[in-house]
Design a protein around this ligand. Structure first.
Ligand SMILES: [Zn+2]
Length: 376
């Protein structure tokens, strides 16, 4: 919601209130963890699909949706967003990105973290591919709800989902602390130069013990509980690694996670009581009051970065997604999106002779496009 739909924090909280009710308010009568055991997950994955579709509907104009803006890939220039999921390959499709030297796809791989990207990520091209490079390729042109389903598919809670030749959500609980994955992703895209990272902020959902996922007496359940336990420790492990990297690479890294003593971690993943959201807010505020200095420091870096970017001539694109195209009749470049107003003015002046400045202004107005997807 923050990244792909570019919503404000307040709008996100507002949507979460509706969304959590739409999803967690409708558990199945019988499931893995209900008094009457039934071997299926607690919630129907359709609930997420519908809830997310409703958010997209509320937060995007009809014109944007018509132009395919309801998909996860983002118009160029806008905020890059990543969603993590846990994937298992289900075919031996040899056209996949990953190859060994003898050109066989590595489909015997077990479940591994998978990134859904709103932007293109071209791989380093190194063979064999580095294991830290996750499924490079073009941006994911799939509906936003599919990315949401893939990242929320978790044993006991939501059904698995198949997208293209991968199955999501069966192998475990995925990447709970993706800070290190993000660090790798961004440095890989910037020529393996960690100094290109101006700030890395990791926000947790509250330190917790295993209690967030209920115990069960079935063997399968035990496997998942072990996976969940491992994940809780992995999450802290990642934090420790990042702390070390921060020293080594001088990456400004901050992790905010409400400690166990404030109680947030005791709230179940799908708890939906009349006061759950208020409790979340209260515990988080209590914690935030203890870390004011660090929060201010991070806010200052963010404000400085934004100020710097606002001086760039790409600011109009970055802040609004606006792009420009030539609308002069019979121009062969009408399908080409230009990132800056000045690019269109330059084109109008050089490619179309004898346009008066008022004509040029008219064409600039006519050729200003809302956030658009690439035409390819
Ligand atoms: Zn033209």
């Amino acid at each position: 919601m923050l990244g792909r739909l570019r919503m404000s924090i307040n709008s996100c909280i507002e949507e979460y209130r509706i969304l959590s009710g739409d999803i967690f308010g409708h558990p199945r009568m019988a499931h893995f963890r209900s008094p009457i055991f039934w071997p299926r997950d607690k919630y129907d994955g359709k609930l997420i699909e519908h809830a997310v579709e409703k958010v997209v509907h509320r937060r995007m104009s009809a014109a944007e949706r018509e132009l395919g803006a309801g998909n996860f890939n983002s118009p160029p220039g806008l905020c890059r967003t990543v969603v993590f999921a846990y994937a298992e390959k289900i075919s031996d499709d040899k056209t996949e990105y990953r190859y060994t030297e003898d050109k066989k796809s590595i489909d015997q791989e077990g479940s591994s973290p998978y990134l859904f990207r709103s932007y293109d990520h071209w791989g380093s091209g190194a063979l064999p591919q580095s294991i830290t490079e996750r499924n490079p390729g073009p941006a994911h042109n799939i509906p936003i709800w599919q990315a949401a389903r893939a990242t929320t598919a978790a044993p006991f809670y939501f059904d698995t989902i198949e997208i293209s030749n991968r199955k999501f959500g069966d192998g475990g609980f995925g990447t709970n602390n993706p800070a290190q994955e993000m660090y790798n992703e961004v440095s890989q895209m910037k020529g393996d130069d960690p100094s290109s990272i101006k700030l890395l902020v990791s926000i947790g959902t509250g330190e917790s013990s295993i209690s967030r996922i209920e115990n069960g007496s079935f063997k399968k359940a035990l496997g998942y509980i072990n996976a969940a336990r491992k994940l809780a420790s992995d999450s802290e492990g990642v934090h420790k690694t990042m702390e070390q990297m921060k020293e080594k690479w001088e990456v400004p890294y901050h992790r905010f996670n409400v400690p166990l003593k404030f109680g947030l971690g005791k709230i179940k993943l799908d708890e939906l009581k009349h006061d759950t959201l208020e409790k979340i807010e209260k515990d988080t505020t209590k914690y935030c009051n203890t870390i004011e200095k660090e929060l201010e420091l991070v806010a200052q870096i963010l404000v400085d970065n934004r100020r710097n970017r606002s001086k760039s001539d790409m600011w109009s694109l970055v802040s609004t997604g606006k792009q420009y195209r030539c609308m002069v009749k019979k121009c062969r470049r009408t399908q080409e999106l230009l990132p800056r107003e000045s690019d269109l003015r330059e084109h109008l002046k050089t490619a179309h002779e004898n346009l008066t400045s008022s004509k040029i202004n008219g064409y600039v107005q006519l050729g200003t496009c809302p956030p658009l997807h690439r035409s390819v």
